[in-house]
Design a protein around this ligand. Structure first.
Ligand SMILES: CC(C)(COP(=O)(O)OP(=O)(O)OC[C@H]1O[C@@H](n2cnc3c(N)ncnc32)[C@H](O)[C@@H]1OP(=O)(O)O)[C@@H](O)C(=O)NCCC(=O)NCCS
Length: 173
């Protein structure tokens, strides 16, 4: 039987300080640096779930709502939402905190997908991911829909086979 692990056990929290080398000429955090931190925190969550080396297979839409200033403290939280066969979807939330003014805003949210690899670099089955809270169950349910969308965009699935998306838009065959 396939091993089961609670999604909560993959939770990772990472804190960074925005330093001059992380910023652009406007003294705002560069998007690429943020993506780098998001990749690291979510890869660790996927490793915790699979107990394997993982690679990033895809990055969903990431939008930058607010600019983040030099000196802000960035907190990144990541947790596996669902495991498929060899791949895992990870949800990431990013918070930016200005400690002197006492403000903290949610600056980004995104989903990254990772694949666990064996020692020969081949995709390897991962444990099933079990949601417990209502929020975890909601993200677990939505993961199938998001997976179908990203596989279509990657040219790995025919739109006609995307049953979850078709039911979402009430499309009949
Ligand atoms: C990701 C990778 C391992 C997939 O290998 P593959 O030979 O296509 O293997 P498969 O077809 O068996 O797919 C393996 C899994 O990856 C998933 N996958 C592949 N491409 C994907 C994509 N663009 N988005 C989401 N999932 C994807 C498949 O759905 C499958 O998941 P499942 O087993 O849970 O159903 C391979 O493409 C790779 O090594 N890519 C480079 C990874 C890397 O270097 N990342 C860092 C980039 S700088």
């Amino acid at each position: 039987m396939r091993k089961q692990k609670n999604v909560r056990d993959s939770y990772v929290r990472m804190t960074e300080l925005v330093l001059p080398n992380d910023t652009n000429t406007l003294h705002n955090l560069m998007g690429g640096r943020m993506m780098h931190w998001m990749d690291i925190v979510s890869a660790i969550a996927a490793q915790k779930h699979s107990n394997r080396i993982v690679v990033t297979a895809s990055v969903d839409n990431v939008s930058f709502r607010e600019s983040i200033k030099l000196g802000n403290v960035i907190t990144l939280e990541a947790q596996v939402t669902r495991a498929f066969s060899t791949s895992m979807e990870v949800h990431i939330t990013v918070w930016a905190e200005d400690i002197p003014s006492g403000t903290k805003v949610k600056s980004n949210e995104a989903y990254f997908t990772f694949v666990a690899l064996d020692d020969a670099g081949k995709p390897l089955p991962v444990p099933e991911a079990m949601p417990e809270t209502e929020e975890e169950k909601e993200k677990y349910a939505g993961a199938l829909r998001r997976r179908q969308l990203r596989l279509i965009l990657a040219g790995r699935m025919k739109p006609n086979d995307a049953t979850e998306l078709k039911s979402l838009f009430d499309i009949k065959d």
